[in-house]
Design a protein around this ligand. Structure first.
Ligand SMILES: C[S@@+](CC[C@H](N)C(=O)[O-])C[C@H]1O[C@@H](n2cnc3c(N)ncnc32)[C@H](O)[C@@H]1O
Length: 243
């Protein structure tokens, strides 16, 4: 049985949640352009994006591998009738009969399989869940530029009662991200640690894998403002692959 690696982190995950109007506008324009009406977020986590996509008028479905993240998603979506399922995104067609207009896999979720064979299986699975002409969207925060001098420390939050920072180390192209949380209220002081390993692929490698997975029509953006990806200057990698 696969362990729920987010078990000890899910409840604190949403501390990272931040509204990003540019990101929302990116999806709104993209979905209008590609006639997207139905969407599967296949690594929906705590569901932060499900409600955003629903607010755009889409019919939305959410799935994730982690029971604890799905439990938080269920809480976050409340009474809304967005269907949630526990599904490995490598096996989407075993679990969904629908073919969606869009499948999304956001915020470095696509980086969690460490082996090429598993990522390829994931991309093929996502493709199988799309209707002809449908789009797969995934994004990562690491780029050809940022990887040249990768930061090893990032302060993320520093509130009155909660402090979070990341440390990041590379071993080859696998990055270990350590998340350190300090809870410091009048009556409690506590410390929690969560760690995840992610495989970082850059522009050329993603284009190659997407082609191998059968996506011939691929566009890579360099940020939520829809600028095309530039190896020398982009601070985000957003892939849009059309079936
Ligand atoms: C960093 S979180 C991102 C969650 C969400 N997309 C967001 O933007 O907040 C990564 C998520 O990917 C999920 N995940 C990782 N591997 C998966 C897989 N093989 N199938 C489905 N979900 C997976 C994890 O359980 C986790 O919820």
């Amino acid at each position: 049985m696969i362990q729920d690696q987010y078990k000890n982190f899910a409840e604190r995950y949403d501390r990272m949640k931040q509204e990003n109007p540019a990101r929302k506008e990116f999806f709104r324009q993209l979905f209008t352009f590609h006639n997207v009406a139905t969407l599967l977020d296949c690594a929906c986590g705590t569901g932060r994006d499900l409600l955003m996509f629903r607010s755009m008028g889409l019919e939305v479905f959410g799935s994730d591998l982690s029971d604890s993240m799905l439990a938080c998603a269920q809480q976050n979506i409340g009474e809304s009738d967005i269907p949630l399922r526990k599904v490995n995104y490598c096996d989407l067609s075993d679990n969904y009969n629908e073919q969606f207009d869009a499948v999304v896999c956001l915020s470095n979720s696509i980086n969690e399989p460490l082996e090429d064979a598993d990522t390829l299986r994931a991309l093929r699975s996502m493709k199988s869940a799309l209707r002809p002409g449908g789009i797969l969207v995934f994004d990562q925060g690491q780029t050809d530029l940022s990887i040249q001098n990768p930061p090893s420390f990032a302060p993320i939050l520093n509130n009155r009662d909660f402090t979070r920072f990341f440390t990041m180390e590379f071993s080859g192209d696998v990055q270990t991200v350590n998340i350190f949380d300090f809870i410091h209220t009048a009556d409690t002081s506590d410390f929690q640690h969560f760690s995840v390993k992610i495989r970082i692929r850059l522009f050329d490698s993603w284009c190659q894998l997407l082609r191998k997975a059968g996506f011939d029509d691929v566009e890579i953006f360099g940020d939520w403002d829809s600028t095309p990806y530039d190896k020398k200057s982009s601070s985000r990698l957003i892939a849009v692959a059309r079936k």
